[in-house]
Design a protein around this ligand. Structure first.
Ligand code: FMN
Length: 211
C-alpha cells in the first residue's frame, strides 16, 4: 500500500502547494504506519514535451510501423499508468499558472489518456481517493473581481472525478502572492489565515484517507 505524491510546482523553495502536501504527507504517514510514499515530481522532472505527441501518433499507427520514439512514448505512458494504478491514494499539488493548471501536470494527464486504461469511459480510479491541493497567487472567491478566472481547478477535477472516477478532495490555498506583492499587503492576514486553514484541512484529509 502506498501514497502517490505528485508535485507540479516549478518552485522548489517557497512553494505553497509543496508545503501543504508536506503537511498532508506527514499526517498520512503517522496515521498509516507501514505504508510508503512514492513521489513523482513533475516540476523538477517534467515529462519531455514531445512524448505526448509521439504516443498519440503511435495510437494512429499500425503496431509494426511504429517508430522507436513512438514505442518509447507508449512505454512511458504505460509506466505512468502502472504507477497511478498501484497507488492506494493519490495527492496532487496543482499551482495556478496563467489562469490554468501547470503545463507539466497537463502533460502528465494527456500522456496517461493515451494509455487504453485511462481513456475516457474506463473509470480506472474508481474507489481511489485523490487529494488535489491547489495554490493560487490571487483570490478567486465569490464576489471577487477574479471569480470564475481559475480555469485550472475545474478542469483537473473533471478529469480526476468524472473521467477517471476518483473520489476527489480539493484543498485550496490562495492569496499566496500577498507576502511579496506590495499591492496585496492588506490581504496578508487573510492570506496567512487561508494558508493555515489549507494546512489544517490537508492534514485532516491525509490522516483520514481510507488506505
Ligand atoms: C508563471 C506563473 C504564472 C502565474 N499565474 C497566476 C495566475 O494566473 N493567477 C494567480 O492567481 N496566480 C498566478 N501565479 C502565482 C501562483 O499561482 C502562486 O505563486 C502559487 O502559490 C504557485 O504555487 P506554489 O506556491 O506551489 O509554487 C503565477 C505564478 C507563476 C510563476
Amino acid at each position: 500500500m502506498s501514497l502517490l505524491r505528485i508535485d507540479s510546482s516549478i518552485r522548489t523553495q517557497g512553494s505553497v502547494s509543496r508545503e501543504v502536501l508536506d503537511s498532508l504527507e506527514r499526517s498520512y504517514v503517522e496515521s498509516h504506519p507501514g505504508t510508503g510514499v512514492v513521489r513523482r515530481d513533475l516540476g523538477r522532472e517534467p515529462i519531455p514535451a514531445g512524448t505526448w505527441a509521439a504516443a498519440t501518433a503511435a495510437g494512429m499507427t499500425p503496431e509494426d510501423q511504429r517508430t522507436d520514439e513512438q514505442r518509447d512514448a507508449l512505454a512511458t505512458a504505460a509506466a505512468l499508468a502502472d504507477e497511478l494504478l498501484a497507488a492506494s491514494s493519490v495527492v496532487i499539488g496543482s499551482p495556478l499558472y496563467n489562469f490554468g493548471i501547470a503545463a507539466h501536470l497537463k502533460s502528465w494527464v494527456d500522456l496517461l489518456i493515451t494509455d487504453p486504461r485511462f481513456a475516457p469511459g474506463s473509470s480506472p480510479l474508481a474507489g481511489t481517493e485523490v487529494v488535489l491541493v491547489v495554490s493560487r497567487g490571487g483570490g478567486y472567491g465569490p464576489g471577487t473581481p477574479r471569480e470564475g478566472w481559475d480555469h485550472g481547478t475545474g478542469w483537473i477535477t473533471r478529469i480526476l472525478a468524472d473521467v477517471w472516477g476518483a473520489d476527489v478532495h480539493v484543498v485550496e490555498a490562495e492569496l499566496t502572492l500577498a507576502d511579496v506583492v506590495p499591492a496585496m499587503a492588506e490581504l496578508r492576514p487573510l492570506a496567512a489565515q487561508n494558508r493555515a486553514e489549507a494546512h489544517e484541512a490537508a492534514a485532516k484529509i491525509g490522516g483520514g484517507l481510507r488506505r
